[in-house]
Ligand binder design. Sequence first.
Ligand code: M6R
Length: 615
Amino acid sequence: MCGIVGYIGHRDAQSIILKGLQRLEYRGYDSAGIALFDGKNINITKTKGKVSDLDNKINNLKFRGSQIGIGHTRWATHGIPNDVNSHPHCSNSGEIVLIHNGIIENYAAIKTELINRGYSFKSETDTEVLVNLIEDIQKSGNYMLGKAVQIALNQVVGAYAIAVFDTKKPNEIIVAKLGSPLAIGVGKDEFFIASDASPFIEYTNNAVYLEDEEMAIIRLHKEARYRKIKSDTLFDPYIQKLKLNIEQIEKGGYDHFMLKEIFEQPKAIVDTYRGRLSVNQGLIKMAGVEDYIEKFLSAEKITVVACGTSWHAGLVGEYIFETLARIPVEVEYASEFRYRDPIITKKDIVIAISQSGETADTLAAIKLAKKHGAFVFGICNVVGSSISRETDAGAYTHAGPEIGVASTKAFTTQITLLTIIALRLAKAKGTISQTNYKKYLVELENIPSKIEKVLEANPGVEKIAKIYKDASNFLYLGRGFNFPVALEGALKLKEISYIHAEGYPAAEMKHGPIALIDENMPIVVIATKYGHYEKIVSNIQEIKSRKGKVICIVTEGDTQVKEIADHVIEVPLSSELLSPLLTTIPMQLLSYYIAVLLDKNVDQPRNLAKSVTVE
Ligand code: M6R
């Protein structure tokens, strides 16, 4: 769960790498480092903290002008975040320099062997073991660096995306991948290396995404050579044309990426259904589903595997699929699914949901499902990600880059896509009337403009945030389709404001959480018109009798809840099925404003990373 960047070419490597690392900080941000080489001298600077701290440190030292370099932003696995454990790591001779994203699982055994052979270690990392293993192999067999890297990688167990160079051969960087992503930007007489394409999009739109167990030897003024690590065969890579542009990965005038992404949701949802939904013709067309429609229709059950916010979207999906298409759905935490003995057969469909497409637990769950013979369908946002490649078929949400660690537009676009798939299957199965089918198509098409309206109520949410920002606990309650939204609301608040929050189905409150309620407890309740409205009103009464402070999300024009709640936030009228796309918006805003008022780092909350590529 780290970000790596490398450069070899005619530009100033330092500025490219520092800017690139900043774009990759979503992958980890507890320490950072850079190695710059001008052909004679190597400068390695490392620091605990963020890339901006590294930038300050390095600018005091002035290493401008190097045309080869590698850099790293870290999310600690082996060893605490400090200067010594930061990457790059050097071999004992100081000649080989390496950055690594991943985990070397058998590092302890290799380390013991290397110590017996006279090697010493400064850090607690698995990466320092790998760089010394490469050096040991290189020296003992008098190998070129590429060969030594290849032999070493055949000895390690685990996951890696690495970039490594040898100061004795200043015009070459070796990269390799297994389990962690690695993209190579191919420019004119220059190459970029990164965990994703964002560090190099302003320089080239030609990218090679290495597959697992592939490596490349990148040399200045020469063609790169691509090789399979295990079989030792050379291959020609597929050069992908990137569609990403620089505006998509910048804040565009917003204070934080999270706020930008909240406000992008109307457009993101349109991008999700564009080309898939034709309201006039009453048609839904999705290649990934059409090609396998028989499989979907004959499925005995659907199991959704996902983590975090994507898991919450899966829960909303369960309600949607079962209501519309009458297919039984189970939603599992990928991290649990992968380590139990799930009952999955080839008659099952597994839907894996992941914004990043890189979540380690979700990837492992997919592999297990495939082993059981299930057909695996992926719902991802990041194009070309590991999950999108590992699944049998799938569909992209097309939400655009989500950079804030707290997922917002990923959630609503995942729900949009699940709705479209469920409607398509319901139509094919005949489990929906033509009137309802048409009604949902029209309603889905109108959701973006309704979200615009919710976003206009933004100042009201900020006022509520000011009142409750110092609360120590929050409860979030919802029923039916909005129960998962309550879970998601609580997760948003926890992760960016560090306030304890719990989501519950509203009726479960009386089985325990009601004991927590007193005048200091704010409770966010989703009380929209359709979906157990009267029952929710009773739940609100129960809270008020215990002096809890109630913040309600209600349908425009509601009068009954307004009478009893402390605060209301209105959303436009919608069917219960599509209401999560609206009710989630005020919750995102509430968490955002509370975190800002508490002066928290909204886009990079402590201990978290955007892509969780470790289990
Ligand atoms: O990339 P994924 O959707 O697979 O990520 C899953 C979770 O790590 C992610 O949703 C996480 O819970 C977010 N920080 C929530 O805002």
